[in-house]
Ligand binder design. Structure first.
Ligand code: CMP
Length: 139
């Protein structure tokens, strides 16, 4: 089925001017960017977005990092978009990411791993609603 997923191009990637190269990977995989904006999160906003991780040891570092430079938040649409996006991103830790994936090519570490993508339909809906109104989704 056609799905939508929330993607974030993270500060390590925007800093290195990789937005276009990363978007090309999505488009080559058949994912359509139906909404996109560049924003600079506050640490509090990053904390709210990553609230499910708040008990993890890396939570504070993660929030600092996500607020350290602009991010590009986007909605990707396509057949099986959630799983497809996870395939294009590669494993969370770039050391484990398959060749040709975004994280294998661009990520610097498990924390500075260039992209975020929703992991399931329920989280995708919640994460899209966190950043976008319905009017901004132009499929
Ligand atoms: P993401 O998909 O954005 O969701 C949570 C993020 O936490 C994850 O990608 C990683 O970037 C980050 N993360 C996971 N494990 C670690 C870790 N051990 N140290 C720092 N950041 C981590």
């Amino acid at each position: 089925a056609t799905e939508r997923t929330l993607s974030i191009i993270k500060p390590d990637a925007t800093r290195r001017n990789l937005t276009g190269k990363i978007n090309a990977k999505f488009e080559e995989a058949g994912l359509r960017i139906i909404a996109q904006k560049r924003i600079h999160l506050t640490k509090a906003q990053a904390g709210k977005f990553y609230e499910v991780h708040k008990e993890r040891p890396f939570y504070d570092e993660l929030c600092e990092f996500m607020a350290s430079a602009p991010v590009v938040v986007q909605v990707l649409e396509g057949e099986g978009a959630i799983v497809k996006n996870r395939e294009v991103m590669g494993a969370t830790n770039p050391a484990d990411a398959a060749p040709g994936t975004i994280r294998a090519e661009f990520a610097q570490s498990v924390g500075e791993n260039s992209v975020h993508g929703s992991d399931a339909p329920e989280t995708a809906a919640a994460e899209i609603a966190f950043y976008f109104s319905g009017l901004e989704l132009v499929g």
